[in-house]
Design a protein around this ligand. Structure first.
Ligand SMILES: [Zn+2]
Length: 358
């Protein structure tokens, strides 16, 4: 089982057969237990029996989870429902049973421990304390903070309720923990807009030279402000002394199998996930270096048919097993969202239009 492997040590020769077998078994499982999924597979892949390669695994448009309640468990076994943050329209609804929820947490811990070490670190959260109140509990921000907070201890919230920096609390945290390995976590836009920018404007700085900053949540709003990854890292270093900054990418539809950015600036697949990039016209898989629509595979989703999903993000796969950071697996960059027009094309139908698939 891939879940028992270390996150970044499998080369493609070892990983590919294990991954294909697990994805095939998930496809069979969901066809049996989710009638909507079975209908999609039958309609879109009429001759499908079993996938002989990764690219032949059936996939759903991720937007489908916004329109349908797709699950492979009876209602009585729903342990928890996750909702996406979608800026417009319906949120995705993801039904988890105890088994899938457990797998997700276990995997997230395995991946995070690779980057953070096994010991819980003092944790500075770039958000306001009320983010975890009941009324926010369905937001992706709350879910992300909750998900990562168990990697930390001595949690400190960096922002006040009005989103200003709680500089006293932050300085207190720094004076107590700056000499130790610290975890700082926040959503990309929050870190930029409400932390780094505010420190800059008020000519304040903090010093956490042993910290690692993890951030997630998309670059769209920052790109609108012409802030790229290098600018982001530089500004973080300048105002906080945090030397290690890692973005990570993941979908609420595949919680747990996240993609973390390495020291080379590349997002890495773990042993529990993989990616393909498809041409937006033909849906054919594209070779390394070509930009297309990102497809995500994960071995975790058992309670809902989310093991192979076509996202609404554009990406380029840069290589496999040979990143200079030494980690194995595919690595890639996100190039932005699909234009609205294409997104509608994906979400109005079960999967992208019936065309040739491979
Ligand atoms: Zn790397």
């Amino acid at each position: 089982m891939l879940i028992e492997q270390a996150p970044y040590e499998l080369t493609v020769a070892k990983k590919a057969p294990l991954l294909l077998a697990q994805l095939n078994s998930l496809t069979a499982h969901h066809r049996e237990f989710c009638s909507e999924y079975e209908s999609v597979v039958t309609a879109q892949w009429p001759n499908y029996a079993v996938a002989n390669q990764l690219a032949a695994v059936p996939y759903l448009a991720v937007s489908l989870f916004k329109h349908l309640s797709l699950k492979s468990i009876p209602d009585s076994e729903v342990f928890k429902t996750l909702y996406s943050s979608g800026t417009t329209g319906n949120p995705s609804k993801i039904a988890l049973d105890r088994e899938t929820a457990g797998l997700q947490s276990k995997t997230l811990v395995k991946i995070m421990q690779h980057w953070l070490g096994k010991e819980r670190r003092p944790m500075l959260i770039i958000d306001k304390p009320s983010i975890l109140d009941a009324r926010n509990s369905f937001s992706a921000r709350a879910a992300g903070i909750k998900g990562l907070s168990f990697m930390g201890r001595n949690h400190c919230y960096a922002l006040n309720e009005d989103m200003s920096v709680n500089i006293d609390a932050v300085q207190q945290f720094c004076s107590e923990f700056a000499a130790k390995p610290v975890l700082v976590f926040g959503f990309t836009f929050m870190v930029w807009q409400y932390f780094v920018e505010q420190l800059k404007q008020s000519k304040q700085r903090i010093s956490l030279p042993n910290a690692i900053l993890l951030h997630s949540g998309g670059w769209k709003k920052l790109e609108d402000r012409a802030v790229d990854n290098a600018t982001f890292k530089q500004a973080v270093l300048e105002h906080t002394d945090i030397p290690k900054v890692h973005n990570f990418y993941g979908l609420v539809e595949q919680v747990g199998s996240i993609f973390v950015e390495c020291e080379q600036g590349h997002l890495h697949c773990s042993s529990y996930s993989d990616v393909l990039v498809r041409d937006a016209e033909t849906w054919h898989p594209l070779p390394l270096g070509k930009e297309g629509i990102l497809q995500l595979m994960s071995v975790l989703p058992k309670s809902y048919p989310g093991h192979s999903l076509l996202t609404e993000d554009r990406a380029v796969i840069l290589g496999e097993d040979d990143c200079l950071c030494g980690r194995k697996g595919k690595y890639f960059n996100i190039k932005g969202r699909l234009p609205k027009v294409d997104m509608r094309g994906c979400s109005d139908t079960f999967t992208p239009t019936v065309r040739e698939r491979s």
